[in-house]
Design a protein around this ligand. Structure first.
Ligand code: UDP
Ligand code: MG
Length: 320
């Protein structure tokens, strides 16, 4: 008889006390019915990653751990951010799980897509992206900026699955491959497509957050988008290079122009030499800075080597 596959659902939580009880109920319901239908192994888990919450999130997680055997948690020593929380969850879960699903704690992503993702896994897919089929719940501003961002990333040559966030299933080998990416500036939705392996998409409708506030205010969102651009592309540095070349070009034209002027005797003392040196030197400096920037950017991202996260408590591994 074939053995059922073990699933871990990884849920990052930052100050989510308002949503947790409902999340446990809904996600738990889905997991229980999948276990009952023998679609996943009966030791499958929901792993809450407490990303240094300041409210009662961790004590709530511990309370639910006592109520249900399939609920576990790990706790960070401080807030490390959503992307690091996801990686920590995957790092912890990959030792025991055959497949892992990541989903936000606020259940904005339709949990009914979970059985469909698992189905695709059984059909041989290693990565199953949850893709939003609408953006009705977003403000027009967020909708427009999100679209512009995907457009820009595409132009920069970054392969992303449009309208997919961090709601996805990954097989053990896909997660193992992802975890070999050692960069510190995490932008998972750009990294996951680089893993390769057979993939599929599951479409779902994204809802409003049912309680609590978004932990991604505009400022954090802009930083996230800029991180995405600078850790996946050196195009901005090349743009400076282009700008420098343009400025040098203008300098040369100016040089020719003043030379001709001089030949005809229209001349203001010192003007030509000053203008030419300002423009030409300015351009040369920009090119030089951009070349140095290219190297510093590379070194910077590699050299820091800081831990991505620090786990203070790990109740998940204790269960095995
Ligand atoms: N989150 C986290 N650490 C943070 C910020 C957010 O673990 O520093 C979690 C949060 O608890 C939620 C998920 O990341 O489960 C997505 O956050 P949120 O729903 O606030 O973002 P939005 O849906 O508004 O983009
Ligand atoms: Mg949300």
């Amino acid at each position: 008889m074939k053995e059922e596959k073990m699933l871990t659902i990884v849920v990052p939580c930052y100050n989510e006390e308002e949503v947790l009880p409902e999340t446990v109920k809904e996600l738990g319901g889905v997991l229980e019915s999948m276990i009952a239908e023998r679609k996943v192994a009966d030791n499958s888990k929901i792993l809450f990653v407490d990303d240094g919450s300041k409210d009662k999130t961790w004590s709530l997680i511990q309370k639910f751990e006592e109520q249900h055997d399939y609920i576990t948690g790990i706790k960070f020593s401080r807030n490390f951010g959503h992307q690091n929380a996801l990686v920590a969850g995957l790092t912890t879960a990959v030792n025991y799980s055959d497949m892992m699903i990541t989903i936000d704690a606020d259940l904005q992503d339709d949990i009914n897509a979970i059985p469909k993702m698992v189905q695709k896994y059984h059909e041989g897919k290693d990565i199953v992206y949850g893709v939003r089929n609408n953006r009705d719940t977003d403000t027009p501003f967020k909708r427009k900026t999100a679209l512009a961002f995907y457009d820009l990333m595409k132009k920069l040559g970054v392969n992303m699955v449009p309208n997919s966030a961090d709601y996805r299933l990954m097989s053990k080998r896909a997660v193992e491959t992802l975890l070999q990416f050692k960069e510190r500036n995490l932008f998972l939705r750009g990294m996951v497509p680089m893993v390769g392996f057979p993939s599929a998409k599951v479409y779902y409708a994204r809802k409003e957050r049912f309680a609590g506030e978004s932990k991604y205010p505009l400022k954090k969102m802009i930083k996230f988008a800029l991180d995405g651009i600078t850790s996946f592309s050196t195009v901005p540095i090349k743009l400076i290079m282009g700008l420098g070349i343009g400025v040098v070009f203008i300098g040369i034209i100016l040089m020719i122009y003043t030379f001709i002027q001089r030949c005809f005797g229209h001349v203001v003392a010192g003007w030509s030499s000053m203008m030419i040196s300002i423009w030409v030197l300015g351009g040369v400096q920009m090119i030089c800075i951009s070349v140095i920037g290219e190297y510093i950017g590379k070194i910077y991202s590699e050299v820091k080597g800081r831990p991505r996260f620090t786990i203070e408590e790990d109740d998940y591994s204790d269960k095995f």
